[in-house]
Design a protein around this ligand. Sequence first.
Ligand SMILES: [Zn+2]
Ligand SMILES: [Zn+2]
Length: 439
Amino acid sequence: MLDKGIIPDKEPIVRVGIHLPQDESSTMTIEFPEPELFEITSNDGPISIQTELNLRVKDGYIDSDQGSNKNFSKLSILRKDQCISLKHGPIIHSVFAGRGFHWQKQIPVQLPGNIIIKIRDGFLFTVNKVPLEQYLMCVATSEMSAKCPGALLETQTIAARSWVLAASEKKHMNLGIDTCNDDCCQRYQGIATLLPEAIKASLSTRGEVLIANERICDTRYSKCCGGRTEDNELVWKTEPNSYLRSVFDGPEDMKIDLSDEGALRSWLKSQYDCYCGPKYVSVDDINKFLGKVDEIDNYHRWSVHYTQKEMVKTISKKTGDRFSSITDLVPMLRGRSGRIVKLRIDGRINKENHSVLLRSEYQIRKALSPDFLYSSAFIIETNSSKDKGQSEFTLHGAGWGHGVGLCQIGALGMALANHDSKSILSHYYQSSALIRIYD
Ligand SMILES: [Zn+2]
Ligand SMILES: [Zn+2]
């Protein structure tokens, strides 16, 4: 596994979780378009490969539909020759994309590298061991379409490389993997959609990472900041990071502080010169350039409306407090991007007043939507023309995601306006330097 604080001097192997125990997968199908390129061994001996292999969990072991009736606990799918072209690879079916989000679905993924399948917590646990640069080629096209301008793919590749090597988050350390295949870490959907542009972006930036204070930068990114990025410590309650400061996402630094409610209100109604706004990236461009599993919408500015009944149902379900009415949503603290990081929900349970305090942008986005709200940078309009207990709510918001670090739609806007990857990276990660750590 990759270690936090260690800068590798040669290309490392990354362990990527494909099926996690939390997916509760108890069956899986693997297709082998070219079975002769691989060998499969289990801890019970080799397995002959046909074009398809079906596995299932049986009595705590893995059972296969190929030959031997014996059960095993570990299966390795190894490439006979690691140098064979990237386009060959087994296809694993029913892999989760967008786990827990409103766009969650199951997709087939074709994988480079080697694949290890084990049992963990009673379910199938699949790990892909892949050289870092091959992993990055797949991340670049999974996060964004390969039709994107070259500068954007290079930017995305350097950010993804730095993030994985910084290894700051380690969200799945208990599973012994460096990263998972999904939005929780970085979106990785294998080689099926890999195009020459993504391979080129990896080759032309091979080994390049952002460095600050002699460490590889923890290069966070999100889909759309909404016009101003957020300070990292407000989103994750970590130490402030010099290269993850809130920046205005446009060519001119408008010294606008959206933690002020009034400033945010007028900001949401105005058209500023923002890289992630329609002047640089039209909604049609977003559709054309975003990765395949995203829904199409205008994430720079959005609104959602809830009736009293919808609000009560959603908040009660998400917070576990069984409200009979919701009377108000009160922002208690905002960051400079306008994101609310502390919100009080006022209402009644039966006839008693009751309040809940949400203490992070993540909790807020989760609680105020049946799925997941695009961002917590919103203002609240309460329709008070009706009875107080019957108020309806409209949220007018900006951006999609936590808003810290690089704004992917803004980076696209910069690339479309002919900025190169170095200038895009230094715009979002100020006070960082780009260096090459291996050839
Ligand atoms: Zn993850
Ligand atoms: Zn932006």
